[in-house]
Design a protein around this ligand. Structure first.
Ligand SMILES: C[S@@+](CC[C@H](N)C(=O)[O-])C[C@H]1O[C@@H](n2cnc3c(N)ncnc32)[C@H](O)[C@@H]1O
Length: 178
């Protein structure tokens, strides 16, 4: 914000945002406010995640407004215990679900855009799943089918890291990890 106040033209142009909010010239006005000490500052520097790799491999659109994983991680650790249920009602690419799973929580996620749900499956496939299989899962979800992702994980893994208790199901508008 300090940089923006010094040189507003460099950082934004007054216009109507995709959300419909009209960001006018007044946005660069210094009202003497200060950055709160409890502001979470997290860089959004994701460049080689399983999700992005999956989108590239399967040639599908990536979600344009993903959380950095550290954001849901902070709140999940702060506000829940292992085995608790984490619910995200606007889940997008489901960063929250992936982090919840890594933190040993169950999760349920809702999203209105079926393509975002379909692409979010890449977060839960093992790294050796081939491009054609990724595309198949993506298309099944887009077609409204329920897909049990464990079949793409278990058949390759003799370890118990992806076990019966870690079942990720994807249904239209809903993802869930039991
Ligand atoms: C800012 S994005 C969330 C991004 C997400 N945190 C991530 O890391 O990918 C908000 C999402 O909410 C979805 N959304 C908006 N209204 C919704 C509704 N009524 N029901 C379900 N999803 C909705 C949008 O499609 C969008 O993907």
């Amino acid at each position: 914000m300090k940089k923006l106040l010094k040189n507003p033209e460099k950082y934004y142009q007054p216009k109507v945002r995709p959300s419909g909010h009209d960001i006018s010239k007044n946005f660069s006005k210094d009202n003497g406010g200060s950055i709160p000490s409890n502001l979470l500052q997290i860089p959004n520097s994701e460049s080689s995640s399983q999700y992005l790799t999956g989108c590239k491999t399967a040639s599908v659109k990536r979600h344009p407004a993903r959380f950095p994983a550290k954001l849901p991680e902070f709140f999940i650790r702060f506000l829940s215990d292992p085995d608790d249920l984490v619910v995200d009602i606007f889940s997008g690419s489901n960063t929250t679900g992936q982090v919840a799973e890594a933190e040993g929580r169950s999760w349920i996620s809702f999203e209105q855009n079926i393509e975002y749900i379909a692409a979010s499956t890449f977060r839960f496939l093992t790294a050796d799943v081939q491009a054609d299989e990724m595309k198949k899962v993506y298309e099944q979800v887009c077609d409204g089918e329920t897909v049990d992702l464990t079949s793409y994980q278990l058949e390759r893994s003799s370890s118990t890291s992806v076990s019966e208790e870690y079942k990720t199901h994807v249904q239209p508008s809903l993802l869930a990890h039991e």
